[in-house]
Design a protein around this ligand. Structure first.
Ligand code: NAD
Length: 297
């Protein structure tokens, strides 16, 4: 069994730590927030006084942080993780961050003589708790092979997407498609309501027809159609509208810098921005249906 340093013990990090501990790994963890440290302690980690201290003697250093600036801050800190981790240790960043920052993080790790992976996840808090996350991984074959031991206890599926940054690229493409498809499903539902069609009729047709997608078959915004959908529970997340806005913003920034014409993605981003500005960002992202209804009054 290995020694793992885990930095970032929020909604996702703490349950991921619990699965590493359950698999027999020794976890030393750190978070800036005292409440998050307490969650990490409850998950079975030893709490360190700083990220660098947690990394001392670690075989693997996992980060699960809000954004690229936090990851680069932790990686780049002159007296932090790169100084204290043993040469050749494996760095796995599971946060969702922009592709440029992910590539910089790889560069910092490689310059320090470490192996590194960008490995954002899909599956949310439910998947983090159950150990069924999907990891979209970027990095060398050697780093990917080393990462199996740790990723397989936190998730059920690992896709090696390519070189440095490829995991983040796959994540934002997937979530841009998801944001657009959820918006489309919500508009279809409100149009059906205006035309006097029942939710059951719409669900039975669309879920088995050419308009079918995850946003209707797994997380239907119409309540009582699918077990586990947030709409059954007053849109308690799930995956929040705020996180969807974050991912759509990353996608559109990448589209602009790469020259991809992602007009629907940008439109979906603006709709989620409006939902967040209306104070609904903490709801599941399928709550977009309520906003479409409001705009249709
Ligand atoms: P969170 O805000 O609950 O947790 C992030 C933690 O990082 C916080 O506890 C914060 O105190 C800590 N932190 C920030 N800067 C730090 C630093 N310099 N050193 C140590 N700790 C620091 O966020 P989350 O929901 O756990 O999400 C984490 C990442 O996973 C994000 O990038 C998010 O986009 C991604 N993600 C989240 C979900 C989800 O459903 N929550 C799903 C997929 C991906």
């Amino acid at each position: 069994m290995a020694t793992v340093a885990f930095i970032g013990l929020g909604n996702m990090g703490a349950p991921m730590v619990a699965n590493l501990v359950k698999a027999g790994h020794e976890v030393k963890a750190f978070d800036l927030s005292a409440a998050a440290c307490e969650a990490g302690r409850k998950a079975g980690a030893e709490i360190a006084s700083g990220a660098g201290v947690a990394a001392q003697g670690a075989d693997c250093i996992v980060t699960m942080l809000p954004a690229g600036k936090h990851v680069l801050g932790v990686y780049g800190d002159a007296d932090g993780v790169m100084k204290h981790a043993p040469k050749g240790a494996l760095f796995i960043d599971c946060s969702t961050i922009d592709v440029d920052s992910a590539r910089k993080a790889h560069q910092i790790a490689e310059t320090a003589g470490m192996l590194s992976l960008d490995s954002p996840v899909s599956g949310g808090v439910v998947g983090a708790t159950a150990g069924t996350l999907t990891f979209m991984v970027g990095g060398t074959d050697t780093a990917f092979a080393r990462g199996q031991e740790f990723l397989k206890v936190m998730g059920a599926r690992m896709v090696h997407c390519g070189a440095a940054g490829a995991g983040q690229a796959a994540k934002i493409c997937n979530n841009m498609i998801l944001g657009i498809s959820m918006t489309a499903v919500c508009e279809g539902i409100v149009l059906a309501e205006k035309l006097g069609l029942s939710h059951k009729a719409l669900f039975d047709v669309v879920s088995t027809s050419s308009g079918s997608c995850w946003s209707i078959t797994k997380n239907s915004p119409m309540p009582d159609m699918v077990d586990g959908a947030a709409s059954n529970n007053n849109f308690r997340p799930g995956f929040t509208a705020d996180l969807m806005l974050k991912d759509l913003t990353l996608a559109i920034e990448a589209a602009k810098s790469s020259g991809a014409a992602c007009e629907l993605g940008d439109h979906a981003r603006r709709l989620y921005e409006a939902l967040a500005a209306a104070g609904q960002g903490g709801l599941d992202f399928s709550a977009m249906v309520q906003d479409v209804r409001k705009r249709s009054e």
